[in-house]
Design a protein. Structure first.
Length: 221
């Protein structure tokens, strides 16, 4: 008598994580910074090492590198102050990356922030839940999240080939995922504030405030 093969189904473990694209050189005066591959991603949360926090701060500063635009303004003459000038003075700040959605049980990716997406726009997820019901997260891939009645449908590449990974989750589950990712960002900001006090005390308060703006978060107390 033939025996039935038991099919093992992997339970879904859906997570949403804030990720920062790392593209800057690691040859940098802000220390400590970690070793990293260019155009890799760093997951932001409250469990990063000091070197990883330094890498994230370096990258966000590099995203906002700028020189004075007005004749009466002048940038600092010291290398560190000059590097931080844009981050500390620009009104609109960027942090290239976004919220990535994966199934940790299968390593499947359902939202991958692409080019032209940033963590400063993470509140677009609230539009999906409570507003216009749809948000795009850059291109290559062109990930999209859209609310359809009581579920949110994630498509990894809406403009790519047929058969792109798709998943649907209940709205309330997605709301919890977004809240958890926001808390990860908040925990990172708190960690970065402590890091700045230890490694860049002269710039700590201004730097922490700037990071909060770049991540569209309230300043840490």
């Amino acid at each position: 008598m033939a025996t039935k093969r038991r099919v093992r189904h992997h339970p879904r473990v859906i997570v949403m994580q804030p990720i920062l694209e790392i593209s800057a050189s690691d040859d940098f005066a802000l220390r400590p910074v970690g070793e990293h591959e260019s155009f890799d991603y760093l997951v932001l949360n409250g469990r990063l090492t000091p070197a990883e926090v330094g890498t994230a701060v370096m990258q966000i500063a590099d995203c906002n590198d700028s020189e004075p635009q007005e004749e009466h303004d002048s940038s600092p003459t010291d290398p560190l102050g000059a590097f931080l000038y844009g981050l500390l003075t620009m009104p609109d700040l960027l942090a290239v990356g976004g919220f990535r959605v994966t199934d940790n049980a299968t390593d499947s990716v359902f939202v991958e922030p692409g080019c032209c997406n940033g963590l400063e726009s993470w509140r677009d997820w609230l539009d999906v839940l409570d507003g216009i019901g749809c948000a795009y997260f850059g291109h290559d891939p062109s990930s999209v999240a859209e609310r359809v009645n009581d579920v949110v449908r994630f498509t990894l590449d809406a403009h790519g080939v047929d058969g792109s990974p798709v998943i649907e989750l209940p709205v309330e589950q997605v709301r919890r995922l977004v809240a958890n990712a926001q808390q990860d960002l908040q925990n990172f900001l708190s960690l970065a504030g402590t890091w700045a006090e230890q490694h860049l005390p002269a710039h700590a308060a201004a730097l922490t405030t700037a990071l909060a703006r770049a991540l569209d978060l309230p300043p840490t107390p």
